[in-house]
Design a protein around this ligand. Structure first.
Ligand SMILES: *[C@@H]1O[C@H](CO)[C@@H](O)[C@H](O)[C@H]1NC(C)=O
Ligand SMILES: *[C@@H]1O[C@H](CO)[C@@H](O)[C@H](O)[C@H]1NC(C)=O
Ligand SMILES: *[C@@H]1O[C@H](CO)[C@@H](O)[C@H](O)[C@H]1NC(C)=O
Ligand SMILES: *[C@@H]1O[C@H](CO)[C@@H](O)[C@H](O)[C@H]1NC(C)=O
Ligand SMILES: *[C@@H]1O[C@H](CO)[C@@H](O)[C@H](O)[C@H]1NC(C)=O
Ligand SMILES: *[C@@H]1O[C@H](CO)[C@@H](O)[C@H](O)[C@H]1NC(C)=O
Ligand SMILES: *[C@@H]1O[C@H](CO)[C@@H](O)[C@H](O)[C@H]1NC(C)=O
Ligand SMILES: *[C@@H]1O[C@H](CO)[C@@H](O)[C@H](O)[C@H]1NC(C)=O
Ligand SMILES: *[C@@H]1O[C@H](CO)[C@@H](O)[C@H](O)[C@H]1NC(C)=O
Ligand SMILES: *[C@@H]1O[C@H](CO)[C@@H](O)[C@H](O)[C@H]1NC(C)=O
Length: 620
């Protein structure tokens, strides 16, 4: 059959050739392009050019198409009219001014050879033919990555992705690419079966599925597919988007670390032990701690076994030790493990030793020594109760203690290598003793029946109590370490005569001081500044006295009787009134502050008071 057909075709071609020779002989050359390409759905324009000398209006043009080896008439052209249209092409043909034939709404079936025959009457003068190629550019390929992911350990070749490109003509090819490089099929490693579907429209849909073994590195690989087609003699390519796929692989390494870094963990910190495995999906984590008995104790109940984090809250010395993280891969039941040593830095047993031990007296000295236990080297600092740093080093020497220095000191112990690690211990340096009256409102200048405050201020430890020997309203108040009492009284005769006594006492003793009340008029004589008139009178009196004295001396001199100096000295003896004013007795002579306060209170220097007392004693 096939041989017969070939023979027939050969005969026809010969016949054709003969015909063409005759046509050529009839001296009309028809010029047509060998190939015309048209997109499906578009319009194909086939030119047919010839030249006839003389009157061309007698020329007739006939178009045929080849169906297998038969010529089928398409149409006949007369002038610029299309006659005898083929049924299949009805309404799709049109003629250009240059006699070119246009076929609209090109279909797949139009991919055939068209013949343009030029004749005069029944005489064929010449012909030529054009092959019409039709095409349809494929739609951009769509890629769908395998939803299940691919396992490194899979025994079958896992599916990576599917690729589809629809509605093209002729059918294109599909290629697969990983990270931009084309993949080739390999036995038992890479497969890419291709399917071709002819749609009812005559267009083709092509698809391909990529199967390939993956490695753990492929978790970062990007895959895409490309369709390749011809367009006007050129090879064209359209790429799909790039996709990554989920790759499953077992853990190979496990890492266990202390967060924050283990060198800096201190007591009281919240610490995390973070376990990481490089498998996908993450394995199941278990945590253990090695006990003193070398047995591993399961801590998984304290951990998040999915994320691999063990939270240790408020760690202490006993949290130190060796910890283990164990991973279990649920695919192959393989176990991996890793250990880490947790070191919790600490300071403990902070103690302050006092030498000599309390109770301390005023004027004593004391040495405070601070000690603590820690595996780290320690720094010591001393702070007073206001938090001010008073010394460095583990010893603090306090001398000349007074009630005023009586204070709480704290020893602060720090480990410089671990920021924030510190402990402190407070110690009370209590100076005990009998009360000391530091201020008294004596002498107090008053008026009869005036309401005045008698003030008495003292310091002591333990806290003293204040008593008055006169009736009145007492108010006590505490100021720093001092205790003060205001006694509000009305000045009467008895008070002016006897004064008042402030008595301050605690378990260790009693101190008393007397308050003298003086009537305001006395103070006026002593204190109110003299007027200019008084000064002038005084000067005049002085001049008169000097004049009289001079006269007397002169008179005595003349008589030669000048008295001895001894009698003059006796005249300078302290007046009794002045002596009475010194009512405050201060026995402790080491307390300068008290002296200062008392100066303001009674207007007399204490040293003067002491001396006067001694002087009085000598006289008695
Ligand atoms: C057909 O037309 C082409 C282009 O003009 C020309 O090269 C060729 O020789 C023609 N063939 C015949 C048989 O006339
Ligand atoms: C061509 O023939 C037509 C009649 O068919 C005539 O009218 C016309 O003049 C002729 N033209 C030439 C150039 O001979
Ligand atoms: C498709 O593949 C075939 C066979 O490998 C090849 O001959 C053809 O040229 C390809 N087509 C395109 C458009 O690449
Ligand atoms: C693909 O890569 C992106 C970004 O790297 C990532 O977020 C995504 O989870 C990956 N998808 C898969 C299926 O692995
Ligand atoms: C240390 O911490 C553990 C666990 O929180 C606790 O049981 C223990 O009493 C703590 N030890 C000390 C000395 O605080
Ligand atoms: C302690 O007090 C005495 C007497 O007031 C004084 O002499 C001595 O210098 C003081 N010592 C210190 C260390 O202040
Ligand atoms: C000293 O410390 C004790 C407790 O240790 C406290 O009761 C007292 O108020 C503190 N004294 C001062 C002055 O801070
Ligand atoms: C106590 O009395 C004195 C003298 O009158 C006065 O200056 C002082 O303010 C009084 N103290 C208080 C706390 O009222
Ligand atoms: C006397 O003391 C009382 C209580 O301390 C106080 O309220 C009053 O103001 C004082 N009087 C004078 C005159 O200072
Ligand atoms: C104080 O008052 C009481 C009663 O009010 C009285 O008995 C007592 O004698 C008074 N004491 C003095 C010192 O005035």
């Amino acid at each position: 059959m096939a041989g017969g057909r070939r023979a027939a075709g050969l005969a026809l071609r010969w016949g054709c050739c003969l015909l063409l020779c005759c046509a050529a002989a009839s001296s009309l050359e028809v010029s047509m392009p060998a190939v015309v390409e048209a997109e499906i759905g578009g319009t194909a324009r086939i030119e047919c050019n010839f030249y006839t000398p003389g009157n061309g209006s007698y020329t007739s043009i006939s178009w045929f198409y080849m169906d297998r080896n038969n010529r089928v008439r398409l149409c006949r052209i007369a002038g610029s009219e299309i006659l005898e249209e083929n049924v299949d092409y009805k309404g799709r043909l049109s003629l250009g001014e240059d006699q070119a034939l246009s076929i609209s709404k090109v279909t797949v079936q139009d991919a055939r050879t068209f013949v343009c025959q030029v004749g005069e009457g029944s005489h064929i003068m010449g012909e030529n033919q054009t092959r019409l190629h039709v095409y349809k550019v494929p739609e951009a390929p769509e890629i769908v990555p395998s939803s299940g992911g691919a396992s490194v350990q899979s025994s079958e070749i896992p599916e990576i992705a599917r690729c589809v490109s629809r509605n093209s003509f002729p059918p294109p090819n599909i290629t697969w690419h990983k990270n931009g490089e084309q993949l080739q099929p390999e036995d038992n490693m890479v497969k890419m079966p291709f399917t071709l579907t002819r749609e009812s429209s005559g267009l083709y849909t092509v698809s391909s599925t990529l199967f390939a073994h993956v490695t753990r590195e492929d978790r970062n690989s990007l895959f895409h597919c490309s369709v390749h087609y011809w367009l006007r003699g050129q090879r064209r390519t359209a790429d799909s988007r790039r996709v990554n796929i989920t790759v499953f692989y077992p853990a190979e390494h496990v890492k266990l670390q202390v967060v924050p870094s283990s060198a800096l963990v201190k007591e009281g910190d919240d610490v995390q032990l973070v376990c990481e495995a490089d498998g996908n999906p993450a394995p199941v984590f278990s945590f253990f701690k090695r006990g003193l008995d070398d047995i591993w104790h399961d801590l998984s109940s304290l951990a998040d076994t999915n994320s691999g984090v063990l939270n240790l809250h408020d760690v202490n010395k006993s949290s130190s030790g060796l910890y283990r993280c164990q991973t279990l891969d649920l695919d192959d039941m393989r176990q991996l493990e890793k250990d880490v040593e947790l070191v919790v830095n600490y300071i403990e047993g902070v103690r302050v030793k006092m030498e000599p031990p309390s109770p301390l007296q005023e004027g004593d000295s004391v040495r405070l020594s601070c000690n603590a236990h820690s595996p780290l080297s320690l720094d010591y600092q001393w702070r007073d109760e206001k938090g001010r740093k008073v010394a460095e080093g583990n010893q603090l020497f306090l001398s000349n203690l007074t009630f005023e220095t009586s204070s709480n000191f704290s020893c602060k112990v720090m480990a410089p290598s671990v920021p924030g690690l510190e402990q402190s211990k407070q110690v009370a340096v209590a100076v005990q003793g009998k009360p000391r009256i530091v201020a008294i409102s004596s002498p107090l200048y008053v008026r009869q029946d005036e309401v005045v405050n008698l003030t008495c201020k003292a310091i002591a430890f333990p806290r003293p109590s204040v008593h008055w020997n006169v009736n009145g309203t007492a108010h006590e108040y505490v100021e720093n370490q001092h205790i003060a009492s205001n006694l509000t009284v009305r000045v009467n005769h008895d008070l002016l005569r006897a004064g008042a006594m402030c008595r301050v006492s605690n378990a260790l003793g009693v101190s008393e001081k007397h308050i003298q009340l003086l009537v305001e008029s006395i103070r006026k004589d002593q204190k109110i500044p003299q007027s200019k008139g008084v000064i002038i009178v005084a000067i005049i009196v002085c001049i008169l006295v000097v004049a009289v004295l001079g006269a007397v001396i002169y008179f005595l001199h003349k008589k030669g009787k000048i008295p001895c100096g001894r009698a003059g000295k006796q005249d300078i003896t302290r007046p009794e009134a002045h002596k009475d004013k010194i009512v405050v007795e201060v026995k402790s002579d080491k307390l300068s502050e008290e002296a200062g306060l008392l100066q303001g209170a009674n207007g007399e220097k204490r040293s003067a008071a002491d001396q006067s007392e001694k002087y009085i004693d000598l006289r008695n």
